[in-house]
Design a protein around this ligand. Sequence first.
Ligand code: ADP
Ligand code: ASP
Ligand code: MG
Length: 408
Amino acid sequence: MLIVQKYGGTSVGSVERIQNVARRCLAAQRQGHRVAVVLSAMSGETNRLLGLARQISDDPDERELDVIASTGEQVTVGLLALAIKALGGRAKSLLGHQVQVRTDSAYSRARIRTIDARTIVEALDRGEIAVVAGFQGVDDFGNITTLGRGGSDTSAVAVAAALKADVCEIYTDVDGVYTADPNVVSNARKIARISYEEMLELASLGAKVLQIRSVEFGMKYAVPIHVRSSFNDNEGTWVVPEEKAMEDVLVSGVTATKDEAKITLVGIQDATGIAARVFKPLADAGIVVDVIVQALGSDGNIGLTFTLSNGDLKRAKEVLVKHCSDFVPEERILTESNLSKVSIVGVGMRSHAGVALKMFEILSQENIRIQLISTSEIKISCVVDAKYSELAVRVLHDGFNLGVQPAP
Ligand code: ADP
Ligand code: ASP
Ligand code: MG
């Protein structure tokens, strides 16, 4: 088999752990597999590097930030290649530009366009373990780019797709994808098999165990993804195409994002094109908005509410004051920060009624006020005050009976 293994920050967080990773990939090779490994930086390192840059500038040049942030992965791939050799194995480290992970030029959030797998294949043909730096790529002009936080997951699945690997194993500090973040909900249950669609929703709604783009790649190129722990040999979670039995489960997981804010424009005259006039300047400023609700007031005017990230709130308000003052004065642009979006996800929702109602009842029993609601075929999200985020996740997890049941 051809296996791509990805080890996250905690799994390569010290020299001892890198030596443990070396033993694991050599063990896979000794079982007769061809092995390519994709690594993250040591845990905390990417934050440290970005912090150094921010000590020099409040608004650092994005190209230089990627030059700096990508170095964390350069260190771990070199160390792992050394560790494999020290154990008598053969290995070669490869950086993004050497593999030719070609991306667009969107620094700090670049998208992979193509991967030229030849250098990796040549290394594997020589009997080496190919040790590839995650998170980094190169654009058409030779600039170093990075793929967004958590981007090594995407590097790994993209390498697996390019190599047509049999499996992409994501080794992390939990032994699979759980019904909720196991660090928040102590009785969360490991999910044996989850569909790409559900994993996409969980990843985009806050479950950082996989970066969303890695799931997109997996789905597009049919790469089976196996999320598991680097500290034991337990079977983890398989992310696979949807199976019939998955529809029997109403809710597969609960997740939450923090760091949300909302803006409400009140008392706007109901005229054609208003929404476009609000969202055009925001889009031009690169501000991403999420849940949008438009409502008609009893006075015939409309209110327009939308969510965005806390970090963009100040800038978004400035943009609106500048571009929308002719139809909504500043005092009617209301802002609120520190919100959380709590979501339940499950393909079973497509064919079952009453799931949303149950979610609202569970939240109301805890007196958690719902500020906004948004739904898709397989998810329901409620925006609530961030201080209730973890409580909401726990009560929803219990209310939908997702946890490990205590022994009788
Ligand atoms: P790595 O450094 O290996 O990439 P991450 O910290 O990015 O690891 O992702 C693993 C973390 O994801 C876990 O420690 C866990 O707290 C978090 N997580 C959030 N939601 C879930 C979930 N539903 N299942 C498993 N882990 C989750
Ligand atoms: N080192 C990068 C980060 O911290 C990429 C990754 O770990 O996946 O975001
Ligand atoms: Mg990660």
